[in-house]
Design a protein around this ligand. Structure first.
Ligand code: AMX
Length: 439
């Protein structure tokens, strides 16, 4: 058993009595009530999911295992010559809750290295798809095609004890995570770089190897590390994380679950927003003939977008009520590495102009930028101008957090998810009864 898996098992054993006690002794303690607005309105704020991997405070933003983004970026061991932490160290943190030592990071990197060989048929599947297929569809298809590799399915069919479900789930998760960056880079090079795919370099860490397979020089290795870490998790209720958790709750294996997670992330209101931001800004640039607009010109463009019935991509959030710290981390990167980039200048103006416009319009509950408002600009700067690909990068990062959640779901024996639905007539009855009680 690897050191990481051993440590994880110790943590799981210590955690299980806490969950068991809560269900047994306090299962009927109320966490809140649900109203009609929430039942129709996408279950906003309904507290009915549990995760210890990350927590999203509306005002503060995400904490991974109790740590803010600046803390995570500061405390995790860093790749030599780079400013950003190893992705492998972040995986260790998500799974165990502890900051790893350099040695522990090296052990995780070694574990990934041993699992990194992508089966040839995955590349064959990708090559059989029409080249104009969206890269998210390709990624999802590649992942689900690998379902035949599932160790969990083999063990389940052999009659494994429920208490041990987490173990083959860990095996599946680590195998898939080790292979996902290569699959993503392969899609990129096959689709957008004339089919000049670059073999993996096993001497590099995950971020470094991804940059190498993408064919992009430093500091793109740091960009990849930052990107994968920032996008890894955003508690359980967002579409991609929830989709992964939900599918897995039926004991579908990690390949089915992560493929479903990818499909949810592909929606324009969720992960695809990063590509929408770029295409929208390109629209402004074309209209301005490339010149940097004044704040007033930009304000007009934002209003035109709203008046045509569209949302401003990269702004607003279902939970956050302030600027997303993931946006701020990327903004700091831009200020350091690409302050004069014209696209960044546009993004910078939008940061000033959009919130007051959204406030004036008075609809969006959160007028501030989210992670997607900034991420495409960095990719564009380093030559990844095919913005269809941006959500694939998000998906690779998100898979780390969702996989960690699924391993813990299995370890703590979370049951199949099954919320209750009601009919519109039932809501009308409840509304009538409430009105009658008031009068
Ligand atoms: N531009 C214009 N209108 C917006 C808006 C925006 N950026 N954000 C919210 N609104 C509107 C909503 O469309 C809604 O209008 P309606 O009453 O006519 O339906 C109203 O404001 C209230 O919405 P809300 O409660 O503030 O937001 P929500 O929780 O329903 O949706 C989100 C959240 C992210 C889907 C929404 O803010 C949005 O569409 N943003 C733009 C797309 C985007 O950036 N998505 C990425 C989010 C981060 C991620 O998951 N990757």
């Amino acid at each position: 058993m690897s050191k990481l898996k051993e440590k994880l098992y110790t943590k799981i054993q210590a955690w299980r009595p806490r969950t068991a006690k809560l269900i047994k002794e306090h299962g009927d303690v109320k966490l809140g009530e649900v109203n009609i607005g929430q039942a129709i309105g996408g279950a906003r704020d309904v507290k009915c999911l549990v995760t210890d991997i990350s927590y999203l405070d509306p005002m503060e933003g995400i904490r991974f295992r109790g740590m803010t983004i600046p803390e995570v970026l500061e405390k995790l061991p860093k790749a030599p010559g780079g400013d950003m932490p190893y992705v492998e160290g972040h995986v260790y943190l998500l799974l165990t809750g502890d900051i790893p030592t350099e040695k522990e990071v090296a052990e995780v990197a070694d574990e990934f290295r041993k699992r990194a060989k992508v089966p040839q048929y995955v590349f064959d599947v990708l090559r059989a798809m029409p080249r104009d297929t969206h890269p998210m569809t390709m990624l999802s298809a590649a992942v689900v095609a690998m379902q035949r590799e599932s160790v969990f399915v083999q063990k389940y069919n052999a009659g494994i004890n429920k208490n041990d479900y987490w173990d083959p789930t860990y095996e599946d998760a680590m195998n898939l995570l080790a292979q996902l960056p290569e699959i993503a880079a392969y899609i990129f090079r096959m689709k957008y770089r004339g089919d000049t795919t670059i073999p993996s370099d096993p001497t590099l860490d995950m971020g470094g190897n991804f940059a190498h397979m993408m064919g992009i020089a430093k500091p793109y290795d740091d960009v990849s590390r930052l990107y994968f870490i920032l996008h890894s998790d955003h508690e359980s209720g967002n579409v991609s994380a929830h989709a992964g958790h939900l599918i897995s709750s039926a004991l579908s294996d990690i390949y089915y679950s992560i493929s479903g997670m990818i499909n949810g992330l592909a929606g324009p209101l969720h992960g695809l927003a990063n590509q929408e931001v770029l295409s929208w800004i390109q629209g402004v640039m074309a209209k301005m003939g490339g010149k940097v607009p004044t704040d007033e010109e930009m304000r007009q463009f934002v209003w035109d977008t709203l008046k045509s019935g569209q949302v401003i991509p990269g702004y607003g959030h279902a939970v956050l009520r302030k600027t997303d710290p993931r946006y701020m981390a990327q903004r700091e990167f831009c200020l350091k590495h690409l302050p004069e980039d014209p696209l960044f200048k546009y993004v910078d103006i939008l940061f000033r102009v959009v919130p007051p416009v959204l406030l004036e319009q008075g609809k969006a509950k959160n007028p501030w930028p989210n992670v997607d408002a900034q991420s495409g600009v960095i990719q564009w700067y380093y030559g990844v101008k095919e913005y269809d690909f941006y959500t694939v990068l998000f998906a690779v990062g998100r898979a780390f957090g969702v996989a960690a959640n699924i391993i813990w779901d299995r370890a703590l024996g979370y049951p199949i998810e099954r919320p209750k639905s009601v009919t519109t007539a039932m809501l009308e009855e409840a509304a009538k009864a409430a009105s009658a009680a008031k009068s």
